[in-house]
Design a protein around this ligand. Sequence first.
Ligand code: UDP
Length: 239
Amino acid sequence: TTRDKKYKRILLKLSGEQLMGEEGFGIDPKVLDKMALEIGQLVGIGVQIGLVIGGGNLFRGAALNAAGLDRVTGDHMGMLATVMNALAMRDALERSNISCRVMSAIPMSGIVEHYDRRRAIRFLESGEVVIFSAGTGNPFFTTDSAACLRGIEVESDLVLKATKVDGVYSADPMKDPTATKYDRLSFDEVLDKKLGVMDLTAICLCREHDLPVRVFQMDKAGALLNIITGGTEGTLIEE
Ligand code: UDP
């Protein structure tokens, strides 16, 4: 493409559920291939990409806890799930000839490298996609918070949160036909209106460190590239 990029370094957050495609559980390699294609378009125009993938397609601590497991154990399982998703995504990216690294917040020698901020920045600068796995490494956090945390740490220009719908609505558009989409919101509005786009920790981190978030629909072909080149997909949340 000849279009110019508006953002140099981004942090893309995908939920685990986005990897499972039509299935109710697990990972659909066809979906990963599609995502690799979209990500490859950005790599092609020199955008530096950090990636955080959730684990909700496999395990969520809160759900395991509701089913009777200890919460912290459940959260550990959830974080391990994000590592599995990261490995699957690395595989898909590499099959598309996109260089990629997986770093884990929890040391896992022999499988992935341990998260190191300065090394991560060096990889990003050299054009490799860096997948930050195992969330923040702590229970009681989410991968949304991990995405915002890593986004701030590696000084990305924008957090891109991929969702099923094309932005933030006043109510759930799947349930309420009168729901309207916001083009722009402030962090305070997200908090005041209790919009539930991301958890409070994630929103507060971004507000505190002035890192804008754009919520958009990932399975809309070309949406990612459109945002990077200055288009107005979804909803922008900023100061
Ligand atoms: N998790 C955690 N600490 C973190 C990130 C994630 O304990 O810093 C656990 C938590 O149990 C969570 C699960 O990992 O439910 C999967 O992450 P998340 O629910 O954010 O995934 P997503 O909804 O994005 O697929």
